[in-house]
Design a protein around this ligand. Structure first.
Ligand code: NAP
Length: 289
């Protein structure tokens, strides 16, 4: 049995569908099991990372777990959701097969590198999984920007053809969450990626403006980007709940350096086929716009 946390999310949702389609027993964790739509052969289970006691039933008797956290960096003194999920995996004890529990952790590019609040948060989150005392057969996925971030434009596109785009000219080699799910499924079902730290990107480095143009082609619309000034982007992040030092770190990481724009070979190496393009992602998700 594989437990997928974040099962209603972009990566977790793809992973649940992939495992269920392959006939792998899968348990899909959500805070709203009654509302969530999962494949008929997936088992929906309640779990809230903010309520550690609620996790034990979800983690019981599993051979592998996919861990993700939606807790925004800096909204607590430490990544309490990541820590609670990893602790629940440890409490679950042995697997039915007697092998080490396979744990795939969705992290972020340059996870614990550096010494800003983002690095410290990610370092603690990853360490909860890689701690040798826990004995997990772990795999870390460290992707850069997700193609699914473009779904943030969907509301504005229902109202018109113009979209406000922060960091409009900053390129990134964004990745399709479906590629992450495929790699996670491989790691969880084969155990071949134990101890691997996979830094991941998509196949092209594109600015948000270029992604919007591709989306426009797919939707048959002439879409325009309205760049958001840096100060307004900063204010938006504060409204979202990020504390000032985290906003500073996000600004520095986004505007200085070009790490996220690098095209990495990992998806092709692991899956034996090229990473999905933004055009493929947009075609697969056109109905959501
Ligand atoms: N977006 C990017 O560009 C990017 C880049 C690198 C890394 N990442 C990482 O990727 C992750 C986001 O993945 P995603 O896009 O697949 O997620 P998502 O689509 O944003 O979905 C969020 C998921 O988190 C679950 N969730 C929220 N609060 C929860 C709680 N208290 N307890 C348990 N589950 C909770 C939600 O489940 P329910 O609401 O159903 O309970 C939902 O399934 C984050 O950790 C982020 O740091 C993102």
């Amino acid at each position: 049995m594989i437990l997928v946390t974040g099962a209603t999310g972009h990566v977790g949702g793809e992973l649940v569908r992939r495992l269920a389609a392959a006939g792998v027993p899968v348990r899909a964790m959500t805070r709203r099991p009654a509302q969530a739509r999962f494949p008929a052969n997936a088992e929906a289970v309640y779990g809230d990372a903010a309520d550690p006691a609620s996790l034990d039933a979800a983690f019981a008797g599993v051979d592998g777990v996919f861990l993700m956290s939606a807790q925004a960096v800096g909204t607590a003194p430490e990544p309490t959701h990541d820590l609670a999920l990893a602790a629940a995996a440890a409490r679950a004890g042995g697997t039915p097969s007697g092998e080490a529990l396979r744990v795939v952790k969705l992290s972020t590019l340059d996870g614990g590198t550096g010494d800003d609040p983002i690095a410290r948060w990610q370092r603690a989150a990853e360490a909860a999984v890689t701690d040798p005392a826990r004995g997990f057969a772990w795999t870390l996925l460290r992707p850069g920007r997700f193609m699914s971030n473009a779904l943030q434009w969907a509301g504005q596109l229902r109202a018109g053809d113009e979209v406000a785009v922060p960091f409009a000219d900053r390129p990134a080699a964004s990745i399709d969450p479906a590629d992450l799910a495929e790699i996670a499924a491989l790691a969880l079902t084969t155990g071949e990626h134990a101890g691997a730290v996979h830094e991941l990107s998509g196949p092209q480095s594109l600015t948000p403006v270029a992604e919007l143009a591709i989306l426009g082609e797919v939707l048959g619309r002439d879409l325009r980007a309205r760049p958001v000034p840096a100060d307004a982007a900063r204010a938006g992040m504060s409204r979202y709940g990020f504390p000032p030092e985290v906003v500073d770190a996000i600004m520095r990481r986004t505007l200085d350096g070009d790490r996220g724009s690098e095209v990495l070979p990992t998806v092709e190496k692991v899956l034996g086929r090229p990473a999905r393009t933004f055009t493929q992602w947009a075609r697969a998700h056109r109905e959501e716009f």
